[in-house]
Each structure stands twice: as structure tokens, then as C-alpha cells.
Design a protein around this ligand. Structure first.
Ligand SMILES: [Zn+2]
Length: 302
């Protein structure tokens, strides 16, 4: 039996056919066209699912952008980039149309679950996951399951305030973690200090070439990142932190510096068993995490 995996992002929808063991057998992608609204999006998703129906399909696993009540598969909030998305119960729509079981869960929660099933967190029962991108997303895995919180919005680490009266955040507050430690923040800090508009990869390349000004900015960005991370570690006392996002392509070059900066900010008992790892599943983590949820919902894995 196979699972249809779908990952709905603000700009693209990724999809694929997955084996029950989490192997991606075929993969594709189409533009979200967020501005055309949820009906158009649902129509395009169904076209993709229809195409997979000649296989023996067990269910449909969806990872999606926004605040999502994963227990029922309904979008309950977030950035309204897709008109009509908030309020949509995608699971109900899919189960009714196809007569198959379906799940919908927030993309960062799915990424955390994907890493738990087959990636950097596969031997851990409790860990936190952070994704560094436009913002900073968070996922909390407790006892092999995602911790959703009372109204399913737990783990929004990006909006922990780390600077009093700092940079304005779209959430309404000032000085949020993601305004200082996301990839977008790094790009902004470089632009403010040097006037250059560079992407993350270019920034690290310049640093490796010995640009001291850039190195100072990257060091400061890492310092902000570990300020926020240490707070999260004080709350959860995890044995593992998994970090995802494009910047993790820097590998040990970045990881070692995060570890060094963090070590100064947390006590011995927090450090003792703590491992910091970069995510291993890349762009497929969301789909795999959604599949993990589906298989759990259907009682096919423990
Ligand atoms: Zn915020």
C-alpha cells in the first residue's frame, strides 16, 4: 500500500507517492498560486491525488502552512496568504471526496515528526526542533508524539522576545527571536551594516574568504540564536535539539559555533546529555512527518 504525501507551502505545493516505510517513490511540484484562493488550491491538489489513484492508496498525508489543529485537520490561523485557507477543514474535504483516511498538520510540526521517524531524531523520544528560514518555526516532540498545546499553537519559538523594544515583528510585538536569528534577519543585518544585499549562502562564502565585517555580523547572529535557544533548553531540558532550514547546509562550520556559543549560556546539567544536530531529511521532512501521523492514526505504526 502507498501513501499520497502533500506539502502545501506559500509558494509551492510538493507532492509524492510514498511507501509505508517512508521512501519517496515519485515526486512532483506545482505553484501554490496562493492569491487564487483555497478553492483553486483544493482543485489542484485533487488533480494530483487523482493521478495517484491508480496505485493502491492507503491514505493522504498533508503538511501545511499556518496554524493548524492537527487533531482534526483544520486550519485555525496564521498568515492569510491563501484567501479562505483559515477555517478550511482539509481532512474532512479529502476524506469525503476520496473515502480514504487523511491527516493535515502544521509544516514545522510535520518536519519534527519526519525527523523523529526517519531523520536526526529517530532515536529520541523527546526533543525540540527549530527551523531557521524566513522566520523561526518550532516543533516539540514529547513521548514520540507532537505536543500541540491546548489550542494547537504550541512551539512558536520565533515569537519569544529576546530584545526589549527591538525590531518590529509582524505578530505585533517588538524584539522577537525570529527578527534577530532567522535567515531573513541575517540578510537584514548584513544589509544594514554594509549596504550589500546578499543571500545566506553568499554571506557565509564571504565570511570564509576572511571578510571580518561579515564575520562580526555572523557571530552576533549566532549569539542571538543561542540566546533564544538557551531559553528553550531551560524550559524543556531536552537531550536533543534538531535544527533545520537552508543555513544548515553550512554543516559543521556553523554547528560547532552554535555549540560553542550555547555552552556559555546553559548550566552543566542542561549540557550534560544535550546533542545539537542539523536536520537530515531536507525538503521531504514535511511529507514524511505527515505520513508518520497518518500511519499512527491508522494504527499501522506504534
Ligand atoms: Zn513576533
Amino acid at each position: 500500500m502507498k501513501v499520497v504525501g502533500i506539502d502545501i507551502g506559500g509558494t509551492a505545493v510538493k507532492h509524492g507517492l510514498l511507501s509505508e516505510e517512508g521512501t519517496l517513490l515519485t515526486a512532483g511540484e506545482f505553484p501554490t498560486h496562493a492569491e487564487k484562493g483555497v478553492e483553486n488550491l483544493f482543485h489542484n491538489i485533487c488533480k494530483v491525488i487523482d493521478g495517484y489513484m491508480s496505485s493502491d492508496i492507503l491514505g493522504i498525508a498533508v503538511s501545511g502552512t499556518g496554524q493548524i489543529d492537527g487533531s482534526i485537520g483544520k486550519v485555525i490561523g496564521g498568515n492569510p496568504i491563501i484567501p479562505g485557507w483559515i477555517g478550511t477543514n482539509l481532512v474532512e474535504m479529502l476524506e469525503e471526496k476520496y473515502g480514504l483516511r487523511a491527516v493535515l498538520e502544521n509544516d514545522v510540526n510535520c518536519a519534527a515528526l519526519g525527523e523523529k521517524w526517519l531523520g536526526a531524531g529517530r532515536n529520541a523520544h523527546n526533543f525540540v526542533c527549530l527551523t531557521i528560514g524566513t522566520g523561526i518555526g518550532g516543533g516539540i516532540v514529547l513521548n514520540d508524539d507532537i505536543f500541540r498545546g491546548d489550542t494547537c499553537v504550541a512551539g512558536e519559538f520565533g515569537h519569544i522576545q529576546i530584545v526589549k523594544n527591538g525590531v518590529q515583528c509582524m505578530c505585533g510585538k517588538k524584539g522577537c527571536f525570529e527578527r534577530y536569528a532567522s535567515a531573513t534577519a541575517l540578510v537584514r543585518m548584513v544589509k544594514d551594516a554594509t549596504g550589500q544585499v546578499l543571500n545566506g549562502k553568499e554571506i557565509f562564502e564571504l565570511e570564509k574568504q576572511g571578510d571580518m565585517k561579515i564575520k562580526e555580523i555572523v557571530d552576533s547572529w549566532i549569539d542571538y540564536f543561542t540566546d533564544g535557544l538557551s531559553t528553550i533548553i531551560y524550559i524543556f531540558n531536552p537531550s536533543l535539539v534538531v535544527i533545520g532550514g537552508g543555513v544548515t547546509k553550512q554543516g559543521d562550520y556553523l554547528l560547532k559555533r552554535i555549540e560553542k556559543s550555547l555552552a556559555r549560556k546553559i548550566g552543566e546539567n542542561y549540557r550534560r546529555n544535550l546533542e545539537i544536530k542539523f536536520a537530515e531529511l531536507g525538503n521531504n521532512a514535511g511529507m514524511l512527518g505527515a505520513e508518520y501521523l497518518l500511519l499512527k492514526k491508522m494504527g499501522r505504526i506504534g
